[in-house]
Design a protein around this ligand. Structure first.
Ligand code: GAL
Length: 702
């Protein structure tokens, strides 16, 4: 009896618990739909401001602060791509740890009370190596990327399902009480789909229905895809999207990438976008009916490891974003945008209620009024002239409008904000410096705490192999390393006709990129680099008898953009010839039997991660020589401020700290001299190369 009674009691308690649980879930799960005006969350249209933060471009330790700074800056939504190559570095071997802990990142956004827009892609572009695709995908038999191809679709569906399932399992969709209110499939396919012919149409239809079948309970978008099938929302990317209209009157006007600056390439000056223009673009978008816009990037961060796209995208992905690479506020950019967001939010009730009524106030002058039946009213007054300020009369009052600016009037009377008038203070941040040369030695003598290992020139690994002809690099290395050795022994008779006096000749090399070093008989003879095509003529001295030609080809990020970007290739594909400096005869080397080595010996040994007895710490250290591994120890500066390493004085390479690759460095890659301006006029249409700084200086040193 007793036992039974207890059981009844227990049952009752379970019932009560269950009931509470049901109530909690029902209270937090949100219903996300959309209509002509906006995304609709739990029956209410929303004006949303979003910003991109790509989780692997910062460390998990930085995430809470980045997210908090986003919230403080007035964001409602964090947008991120999902990076396939990071999550599945080898087929069926998944990684969701550390910088790839997507679940943690999404949960942190939720904890801060922000929504998430998850752009699964899984093609993402993003200046990410191979556009986010893992390179093993290239070797799937019969595969053709981003088109109606069964092997590709199978892999794309498998990965997309994996991510959606993971998000569902963790209850991260808004429909389950989580923060994800929107997901994206594909990325800007519409920009390049004509190259894929008729198969592009069926691929896009398939992508849409595949995504929908995953049943996330929240809407999907496709960006830059005019023909996005219903119910996918087609969205706009660009520096301006005020002129954009979605492909159906039932879809809201959404802007998934408002480029807050632009990315940096090695050898290029640094792009920046004045905040007056960025704010203008945002205000124009909400003025003309938009209700969702996303800063790409809000925090750009760092291309750690070998994740940067290509060719030649730098390790920094700062992007001139409102939060800088190190997670510090970029002022006045961040502050001015925060003020803008406040002003827009003051207009929300009017914005969601109706379409704007747009009227002209004169040449290049425009008013948009959102007026509701219940009497609320918001207005945006724009002067889109690139030169002349103007005074306009609106509702009987006079307003001054600087050129290329928008004033926001949340009550249709008082100006809460003008995009050209900055109230936030300018701030600049600087690093306090600590030397890595504790004994203060000259740069030739790097200091007693340094040690080194010389990387052999040419073939040194047991897995080297012979092949007739020149091999394309990505097919050969599968991108396991940046480095590929092409090595050739060639016999030279003293009387070769192409030899000039003193056995001088010219080695002609053509490569698809991105860097080539040529060694003749173990000595560096020349080098060159280029984005897609390198053509070198290197004067060399040969000896009578056997000569060794070792060519080291180095990739600096695989292509991430364009139709068939996966097939552009890299490395020394020829021709490679020996010719006379005076013209005349030449011999073809391309078709000879070459020896290949994928990667460096030190990479195989794991010098970056495991200890080795080979480190030499004799002073002076060899400097200004090709191919050396260097190592030192240093005390981390105290506190929790961001830390950077200044690579000034080094050449080109990859760096690790405590076994973690922090990316490629290349301070000897100098930006060209053209195109920089002392100050950039924010007025007039922005383009990626409009405002440049840092000409003639290293593209990146930190
Ligand atoms: C867009 C693309 C993004 C990024 C951007 C440039 O076209 O969708 O992924 O590559 O360009 O930063």
């Amino acid at each position: 009896m007793e036992i039974a009674a207890k059981m009844v009691k227990v049952r009752k308690m379970e019932m009560i618990l269950l009931l509470i649980l049901v109530i909690v879930v029902a209270a937090t799960a949100a219903n996300v739909t959309y209509d002509h005006r906006a995304l609709v969350i739990d029956g209410k249209r929303k004006v949303l401001i979003s910003g991109s933060i790509h989780y692997p471009r910062s460390t998990p330790e930085m995430w809470p602060e980045l997210i908090q700074k986003s919230k403080d800056g007035g964001l409602d939504v964090i947008e991120t791509y999902v990076f396939w190559s990071g999550h599945e570095p080898e087929k069926n071997k998944y990684n969701f740890e550390g910088r790839y802990d997507l679940v943690k990142f999404v949960k942190l956004a939720a904890k801060a009370g922000l929504y998430v827009h998850l752009r699964i892609g899984p093609y993402v572009c993003a200046e990410w190596n191979y556009g986010g695709f893992p390179v093993w995908l290239h070797f799937v038999p019969g595969i053709k990327f981003r088109t109606d191809n069964e092997p590709f679709k199978e892999e794309m569906q498998r990965f997309t399902t994996k991510i959606v399932d993971l998000m569902k399992q963790e209850k991260l969709y808004a429909s389950q009480g989580g923060p994800i209110i929107l997901s994206q499939i594909e990325n800007e396919y519409g920009n390049i789909d004509s190259a894929y012919g008729a198969a592009a149409k069926s691929y896009i239809k398939w992508s849409a229905s595949m995504a929908l079948s995953l049943d996330t309970g929240v809407p999907w978008n496709m960006c830059q895809q005019t023909d996005a099938p219903d119910p996918m929302i087609n969205t706009c990317n660009g520096f301006y999207c005020d002129q954009f209209t979605p492909n159906s009157n039932n879809k809201p006007k959404m802007w998934t990438e408002n480029w807050s600056g632009w990315f940096l390439g090695f050898g290029d000056p640094s792009p920046y976008r004045p905040v007056e223009d960025l704010a203008f673009a945002v205000a124009r978008f909400y003025q003309r009916g938009g209700t969702f816009q996303n800063y790409y990037m809000y925090h750009g961060g760092t291309n750690f490891d070998r994740t940067s796209g290509g060719p030649l995208i730098s390790t920094s992905y700062d992007y001139d974003a409102p939060i800088d690479e190190y997670g510090l506020l970029r002022q006045p950019k961040w502050g001015h945008l925060r003020d803008l967001h406040k002003a827009i939010k003051l207009c929300e009730d009017a914005l969601i209620a109706t379409d704007p009524t747009i009227t002209s106030l004169g040449s290049n002058l425009e008013a948009a009024v959102y007026k509701t039946e219940s009497g609320s009213c918001a207005a945006f007054l724009a002067n889109v002239d690139t030169k002349s300020d103007a005074t306009v009369t609106f509702n009987g009052k006079s307003y001054n409008l600087p050129a290329w600016s928008v004033s926001i009037l949340p009550d249709c009377k008082n100006v809460a904000f003008n995009t050209a008038k900055i109230n936030s203070a300018t701030e600049s941040t600087a690093f306090a410096r600590q030397s890595l040369k504790p004994d203060g030695g000259s740069s030739a003598e790097l200091g007693s705490q340094w040690s080194y290992i010389k990387e052999p020139i040419g073939i040194s690994k047991a897995d080297a192999f012979l092949k007739p002809g020149l091999l394309e690099q990505i097919n050969t290395t599968a991108d396991k390393s940046d480095y590929l050795w092409y090595s050739l022994r060639t016999d030279i008779k003293g009387d070769e006709t192409f030899l000039d006096e003193g056995s001088k000749a010219v080695l002609h090399i053509e490569s698809l990129g991105q860097v080539v070093y040529a060694f003749i008989n173990g000595k560096l003879a020349g080098s060159g680099h280029g984005k897609q095509k390198i053509s070198l003529d290197i004067p060399i001295n040969l000896v009578t008898g056997t000569n060794t030609i070792d060519l080291l080809s180095v990739t600096v990020g695989l292509a991430n953009y364009g139709a068939f970007f996966d097939l552009v290739g890299a490395g020394i594909t020829g021709p490679v010839t020996l010719k006379s400096a005076k013209g005349g005869s030449s011999i073809d080397l391309a078709s000879q039997q070459w020896t290949y080595q994928v990667g460096l010996k030190g990479e195989d040994t794991g010098l970056a991660t495991v200890d080795s007895s080979e480190w030499v710490s004799k002073s002076p250290l060899p400097t200004k020589q090709p191919l050396i591994w260097y190592k030192t120890t240093f005390d981390a500066p105290s506190g929790s401020e961001p830390v950077a390493i200044d690579f000034t004085g080094t050449g080109k390479g990859i760096a690790w700290v405590n076994g973690q690759s922090i990316g490629r460095y290349w301070p000897t890659s100098i930006a060209g001299n053209g195109g920089c301006t002392e100050s950039c006029d924010y007025r007039g249409s922005y383009r990626a190369n409009k405002c440049l700084k840092n000409c003639g200086k290293p593209s990146q040193t930190l």
